[in-house]
Design a protein around this ligand. Sequence first.
Ligand code: ATP
Length: 386
Amino acid sequence: MEVKLQNLTKKFPSRDKKKQEDVVAVNDFTFTIPDGKLIGLLGPSGCGKSTTLNLISGLQKPTGGRIFFGSDDVTTLPPEKRGIGLVFQNYALYPHLTVRQNIQFPLGNLKGKNKLSKQEMLDRAVSAAKLVQIEELMDRKPGELSGGQQQRVAIARALVKMPRVLLLDEPLSNLDARLRIQTREEIRRIQRETGITTIFVTHDQEEAMSISDMIVVMKEGIVQQIGRPQQVYDSPANLFVAKFLGTPPINVFQGKVRKGMLYIGEDAVLKLQGADSGEDREVYAAVRPEGFLLQEEGPLHCELSGIEVMGRDISVVSKNSASENPAIRAIIGAENGIHVERMLSAHPEKRTVRFALMPHKVFLFDKETEERIFVNPTEQMNGGRL
Ligand code: ATP
């Protein structure tokens, strides 16, 4: 089922009596979610993710705009008439009912031509339970299940009505780290098997990136960027998106462009090509942690603080007076880490590390608007200085 959001807007009256302005929780959101896709709605707390989901579910009414499921305009329909399945963070299971009764519960409300016999209800509950792999737990009560199992029951209950659209609001937040990863993969599998258009709200960028076909990054009610996870990571539209995606986070430097050359501090780090590269200006230069190459003659000089071992990779932690982040984290392969450790033990006094930057891992942003400046950085090996 295709879901079309057309200029969707939700304003709440300000609760602060001194401020008369409304809170714009969702601001002019237009997007068509293709049939059968899993979309991750992503952003920091208060950005309007849950409100967007509540508008799609019908739990809240929009101030402006329209919502279509396929060709049906559902903007004014109540939630029970939209054909949605909802899953929340807190499972919301009935504690006194068994798993079977919990899953079957929504089917009991079906009326008229949709009414099901007892056997049909049971069959539907069993196939939903099989889908989420909890069929052996059918006679237990929620209190006798782990958090991950309870969330599976909640998902089965959302699926049992065969919804047109599945809406998940932070469904993994109550699970521990290992279960979160396992359950998010389960959600992906179930979504693929059922082909139900699914919208998944989370503030966890890694979670959204790992399972979504597309992500929508929001800030203060406004959509910042929509795209495939890798595409958004590789080409962020603005500084907010660049900073929001990626662990460790992107390293942001105060930079300047002079005669087609990008400088970080005094160091000439990259040559620039492209329409905007001729103009001298101050910029933010953001470098992904994997975009640093340790090189003895590398152009960027940093002061080494230490090394963090992360198993497969090593993070070289350093400082630079032009860095916005208190510590710069450069991820390098473990082999290079040995090289750094040797260097450190041979020359404990040598605290300068030098990096070359991978051009495609460096993004420039306007100092005022924080929008991306589209230039093509190219390598600068010789380390010229201002
Ligand atoms: P979180 O991750 O913390 O749940 P969110 O991104 O889901 O955040 P929303 O819950 O959609 O954010 O809230 C968006 C904005 O709208 C916030 O500023 C919030 O304070 C405001 N808001 C949400 N619900 C109401 C309400 N019923 N009345 C007034 N303001 C509201």
